[in-house]
Design a protein around this ligand. Structure first.
Ligand SMILES: [Zn+2]
Length: 75
């Protein structure tokens, strides 16, 4: 069995991208998904690889314009 647990990374508030495992800068374009936070580019690349189309993202408003939420979450 390949039991490769991801180390519990706690970076004091800065989330780690669920795809490339690099820190997501506070004001970097990012996608907030139920499964975690991703760089927007990372999420789009992952989504496109899986679904063959770009994800529909909802851009945040006001001070959260760099944060996107997923519009069509697969139920
Ligand atoms: Zn990333």
């Amino acid at each position: 069995m390949d039991d490769q647990n991801i180390t519990d990374i706690d970076m004091k508030g800065a989330p780690v991208c669920g795809r490339c495992f690099m820190l997501v800068a506070r004001y970097a374009p990012q996608v907030v998904a139920p499964t975690g936070t991703y760089h927007r580019e990372c999420y789009e690349a992952w989504y496109f690889g899986h679904h063959g189309k770009r994800p529909r993202l909802l851009q945040g408003t006001n001070g959260d314009r760099h944060r996107y939420q997923i519009r069509d979450v697969a139920a």
